[in-house]
Design a protein around this ligand. Structure first.
Ligand code: NAD
Length: 292
């Protein structure tokens, strides 16, 4: 046994990350508001917890992987939360994508109680989570980052300390705006290629061999070409991330015109009831515009 982890939030990403921690030999105590999610991890060797504080009780680190800022604030600061009954190692690592401003606020509150907080959002999607190859971008104190590193190594392949509290989220938001605009660019290329009548699979292969190659074209291109809108990183979550980007852009007076446009297109997608589709389903917005 290499150490104890309290893991809270066992959704698309968290369940795979918690499983990798178990497989790496850590003792993992899990909580999610969905009992089925807890039961699934218990069948893989985790201990069940009755709430966030119970999950973190004897843990060297409490890790959260939750949808958005309010859920992380509730789990960290709320009744029965981590601040009420701090983890033994007094280290909280949030790996969700949330507001960097909220991270700084929570890190200050935790610090006052003698608890270090690292913000460590991830990139790599459910496949990266499953394979333990996530890119982890961490903000916070260097000494706390060093303590979190053995746990990160069970979940990720690219692990970087990128600055003080909130810096991990800042880098992640830059990652997300590139992803959104890149998906938009691929939608436009597919719309034009389809109208020309070119073979889209072949086009994708050709483009992947040249300077237009990207992770999005590689991993999401096939479903965009076949019209598979299902699963993956939900449109709702992408909109959440783009909203966080816009909030920072306004707060810092940075014009981000391309982000503004693609955000509107994701709002349009959600208005058509597509919030639970994968974010590659932005192609549906293009299908509607071109009446394809
Ligand atoms: P998800 O919605 O699948 O999982 C979230 C889990 O948190 C759910 O199981 C939910 O029941 C649980 N939960 C919600 N509120 C809770 C609470 N108060 N207490 C305990 N559990 C609670 O989301 P996900 O796709 O796993 O993403 C998690 C985070 O990681 C998000 O911030 C997302 O933006 C980010 N992220 C997702 C991906 C991806 O491809 N899915 C990739 C990188 C980053």
């Amino acid at each position: 046994n290499q150490g104890r982890v309290g893991f809270i939030g066992l959704g698309t990403m968290g369940r795979e990350m918690a499983r990798n921690l178990i497989e790496a030999g850590f003792t993992v105590r899990v909580f999610d508001v969905l009992p089925n999610a807890v039961a699934e991890l218990v069948s893989l060797g985790a201990e069940p917890a009755t709430g966030p504080a119970d999950a973190a009780r004897d843990a060297d680190v409490a890790i959260t992987m939750l949808p958005d800022t309010p859920q992380v604030e509730e789990v960290v600061l709320g009744p029965g939360g981590l601040l009420a009954d701090p983890p033994r190692g007094r280290l909280v690592v949030d790996m969700s994508t949330i507001s960097p401003v909220a991270v700084r606020r929570m890190a200050d509150e935790l610090k006052a109680a003698g608890i270090d907080m690292i913000d460590a959002p991830v990139s790599g999607g459910p496949v990266g989570a499953k394979n333990g190859t996530l890119s982890i971008m961490a903000g916070g104190d260097a000494e706390a980052f060093a303590r979190a590193t053995p746990f990160f190594e069970a979940m990720g392949a690219t692990i970087n300390h990128v600055g003080g509290p909130g810096s991990g989220q800042a880098v992640k938001l830059c990652n997300q705006l590139i992803c959104g605009i890149n998906i938009q660019a691929i939608c436009e290329a597919i719309a034009l290629g389809r109208a020309f009548g070119v073979d889209l699979d072949q086009m994708r292969g050709v483009l992947l061999g040249g300077s237009a190659a990207s992770w999005m074209l590689d991993k999401l291109g096939p479903s965009m070409i076949t019209g598979d809108a299902s699963a993956g990183f939900r449109i709702d979550l992408m909109l959440k991330d783009l909203r966080l980007v816009q909030e920072q852009a306004l707060a810092l007076s940075v014009p981000l015109p391309a982000t503004a446009l693609v955000t509107s297109q994701y709002v349009e997608a959600r208005a058509h009831g597509e919030g639970t589709n994968g974010n590659q389903a932005l192609f549906r917005v293009y299908d509607r515009m071109a009446n394809q």
